[in-house]
Design a protein around this ligand. Structure first.
Ligand code: UD1
Ligand code: UDP
Length: 341
């Protein structure tokens, strides 16, 4: 009997990480798979461009939830899923990661009696003040099957009593899609030329969007301080819309625009971003996906956070956790920039 799979996505990283899974499931003759978009991310450069570049079809349902409080997003996804589930009648529902979309999907699935499968499960920062930590913990324990990316993530699940026979270590689909798309990015992306960046010189890519950094003007100002101080490098900072707004509200945009070595740009399409990343000397980021990509490409990564649910990066030596003190960020970036190997 054909299994009917609904793969839910809502934000930029979920669309990227869903792509290889969707294409693999589409190849299977006994599976029908379709995409549902929650609408958490909706700007073209946060959503549509990834569907286009990753050759994903339009979602068959779009919940159009949009921005709002966490309670709004999670509850609206649950509410709007009801019609989708009753008309499509999926055998299983799949979601990835730890966003409000993931949690809303997980809750909606179990309340509607559809088995939920969680991809990229078991990650733990052990910091319950992060919305993502609560999202992933709850989603993991609502799941019928968990697909943690690493052995360590699997052991977090086992330690919390999740049955080992329903836990499968899979690796992370971000690696599959990155390795697949990189040759195309090398060929097609003109981002370095467009930004007038010379890849033979020091190049630092920055991304910031985590609530703990964006909603705290002191932390944001400290990151901006480090970036503007780094005059010996070319710095490219693709701004998440939330970060742009926060920088403008905090009066920090001016500092970045005045710094001649810094280029602040809109969120980049995937092919441009991975080309930029591959040519970077160092990346400084609070993003989960960018940490994973940096590890894959072996680009030294300065993590702009105080805790991480991806300790493998730090243990491997490719990443260093710098928090957001200006001095620590600068020291970590310069240590990586000037080391021999
Ligand atoms: C969300 C996830 C975070 C993930 C990130 C990926 C939660 C709690 N957070 O954070 O885990 O790492 O996505 O990027 O689910 N906005 C736009 N256009 C868009 C989308 C958002 O302008 O297309 C602006 C809106 O002002 C919105 C704000 O960004 O209020 C925050 O968006 P939201 O999706 O709530 O959280 P992210 O910070 O993107
Ligand atoms: N990314 C992108 N353009 C950008 C910034 C990031 O395509 O301007 C991609 C990046 O390659 C990675 C993903 O977005 O795969 C990470 O998403 P984000 O940082 O928004 O979320 P997180 O991974 O922290 O949940």
């Amino acid at each position: 009997m054909i299994k009917r799979v609904l793969l839910f996505v809502g934000t930029r990283p979920e669309i990227i990480k869903a792509a290889p899974l969707f294409h693999a499931l589409r190849k299977s003759s006994d599976i029908q798979v379709d995409l549902v978009h929650t609408g958490q991310h909706y700007d073209w450069n946060m959503s549509g461009v990834f569907f286009e570049q990753l050759e994903l079809p339009d979602p068959i349902y779009h919940l159009e939830v949009g921005s709002g409080s966490q309670v709004y997003q999670v509850s609206e996804i649950m509410r709007r899923m009801e019609d989708v589930v009753s008309s499509y009648v999926p055998s299983v529902i799949v979601a990835i990661g730890d966003t409000n979309s993931t949690l809303g999907t997980a809750l909606g699935s179990v309340k509607l009696d559809i088995p939920f499968i969680h991809v990229e499960s078991g990650l733990r920062s052990f910091d319950n003040t992060m919305p993502e930590e609560l999202n992933r913990k709850v989603a993991d324990h609502l799941a019928s099957l968990n697909f943690p990316p690493t052995e360590r993530a699997a052991s977090n699940l086992l330690n919390e009593g999740f049955p080992p026979e329903r836990t499968f270590v899979t690796g992370n689909t971000v690696v599959d899609i990155l390795l697949k798309m990189l040759p195309r990015a090398r060929r097609e992306s003109t981002i370095l030329k467009k930004l007038k960046v010379d890849p033979r010189k020091l190049l630092v890519t920055v991304t910031v969007h985590r609530r703990e950094n964006v909603e705290n003007p002191d932390r944001l100002s400290s990151i901006v301080g480090a970036v503007t101080e780094l005059r010996e490098a070319q710095v490219v900072w693709p701004l998440h819309p939330r970060t742009r707004e926060a920088l403008e509200n905090a009066g920090l945009m001016k500092d970045l625009i005045e710094a001649k070595h810094v280029k602040v740009v809109d969120p980049l399409p995937y092919l441009d971003f991975i080309k930029l990343l591959e040519n970077s000397t160092v990346v400084a980021t609070d993003s989960g996906g960018v940490q994973e990509e940096a590890a894959t490409l072996r680009i030294p990564c300065v993590v702009l956070r105080d805790s991480t649910e991806r300790p493998e990066l730090i243990d491997s030596g490719i990443g260093v956790m710098a928090g957001t003190s200006e001095t620590r960020i600068l020291r970590a970036v310069r240590d990586f920039m000037y080391r021999d190997e």
